[in-house]
Design a binder for this molecule. Structure first.
Ligand SMILES: [Zn+2]
Length: 392
């Protein structure tokens, strides 16, 4: 059966040639179903049970859960199938054609992160005739680069269930056990416009925004005084005032003003509690200025994530790679897989420095070591492990 599944570089070539851009801008947004179908076909050929899970409310988008073996516990190797948009004119070769040059493989998604799938499949295909004591699951998600709707759909469905998960985002194969969360929020103030010569003719949204900004800065100080984490290079939670739009003319009372800001909470800080805090702090400003204040998320947010240092998977990954587990500054689907009950790390080939920019590449010399490390993880968590321990 396995000869129907192409070899590693052929698989990668086909994945790169199948565009699957996801974007919050509708004109750039595409489906990911053709990538999911390719992976499902290859994994089916190898004997995996495959389930394609459509994402509710996102036509043309789906997750894939491909399972070899059965029973509780087991290991998930996970990646996202979408890429960010690209500026094709800035690339030296087509982003949708896998191109080898200078011992590197160029193409959109080579490192972030279509390249992980052929590598994981290469490791997995060595086990197709081995009796597994716990299942091996290859998970492919939708929309990581835009809405995280794929990961959210998994949490909503309560699957897959496994004991361990490795997300192959580009970390140069350094195990990552924590990252900050990310929120993008807006505060819209609606007042009443009127002639500037008499303030009583309106309710000034900009005046009210001035107080909202002061509250946010006070709240930021409060957070940074109370939360620190030395593993991060910026060791406090951040709150960035990003943009503001309001009013139209100097001689009109400003009727409406909107602020957008971003918050990067540390592990252990809950997104919904932060939203509650902010809403409570700005609420009194409504009465003070006679305006209405609407606080809302611009997207559901990515929770922060931390897996303890002394867990089996972190220790195993440190031992296999020779690198101590670290923290990163970017968000991933890790908190979602963790919410499903899995001990989760982020570790994959390629560098985040090459992601999201022209001439994205995966260095050829990263492929073989990654296949070897994944093979050892599968051996440890799907073969050597006893069934009862894996379901703990
Ligand atoms: Zn990624």
């Amino acid at each position: 059966m396995s000869q129907q599944t192409p070899h590693l570089l052929q698989m990668l070539g086909q994945l790169i040639a199948t565009p699957s851009v996801s974007s919050t801008t509708p004109e750039h947004d595409m489906g990911n179903l053709s990538v999911i179908t390719l992976l499902a076909e290859w994994l089916n050929n190898l004997g995996f049970q495959t389930e394609i899970m459509p994402i509710p409310g996102y036509p043309g988008k789906a997750n894939l859960i491909a399972t070899l073996g059965k029973g509780p516990g087991g290991l998930v190797l996970s990646g996202h199938t979408d890429t960010v948009p690209c500026n094709e004119e800035l690339w030296k070769s087509s982003p949708f054609s896998l191109t080898e040059r200078d011992n590197r493989l160029y193409g959109l998604g080579t490192c972030d992160m279509k390249g992980f799938f052929p590598i994981a499949i290469e490791a997995a295909r060595q086990f197709i005739n081995t009796p597994l004591t716990a299942p091996l699951i290859i998970l492919a998600t939708a929309d990581e680069e835009s809405s995280m709707s794929g990961a959210q759909a998994l949490v909503d469905a309560g699957k897959p269930k496994a004991r361990y998960a490795v997300i192959g985002e580009p970390t140069d194969m350094t195990p990552i056990r924590m990252h900050k969360g990310m929120m993008m929020e807006s505060i819209r103030i609606t007042g009443r416009s009127g002639h500037s010569s008499d303030p009583s003719l309106g309710a000034n949204a900009l005046d009210a925004m001035h107080s909202v900004l002061s509250e946010l800065v006070k709240y930021r100080n409060h957070l940074q005084k109370n939360y620190q984490h030395s593993s991060f290079s910026v060791n406090v939670p951040t709150l960035n005032l990003g943009c503001i739009h309001g009013g139209d003319n100097p001689n009109r009372i400003c009727g409406q003003c909107e602020l957008e800001y971003d918050v990067r909470p540390l592990p252990g800080m809950d997104l919904s509690l932060i939203r509650e805090d902010i809403s409570k702090r700005v609420r009194p400003i409504e009465d003070m200025f006679g305006v209405s204040i609407d606080c809302r998320p611009l997207f559901p947010g990515i929770p922060s994530f931390e897996t303890a240092q002394n867990t089996s998977l972190v220790k195993m990954a440190e031992q296999l790679t020779g690198h101590s587990a670290e923290a990163v500054a970017f968000g991933t689907e890790a908190p979602f897989l963790q919410a499903l009950g899995m001990e989760t790390i982020v570790m994959g080939p390629g560098s985040i420095n090459q992601a999201h920019q022209p001439d994205e590449f995966l260095a050829l010399d990263q492929i073989k070591p990654t296949v070897e490390i994944l093979t050892k993880l599968i051996q440890r968590y799907c073969v050597d492990i006893q069934g009862d321990a894996s379901s703990a």
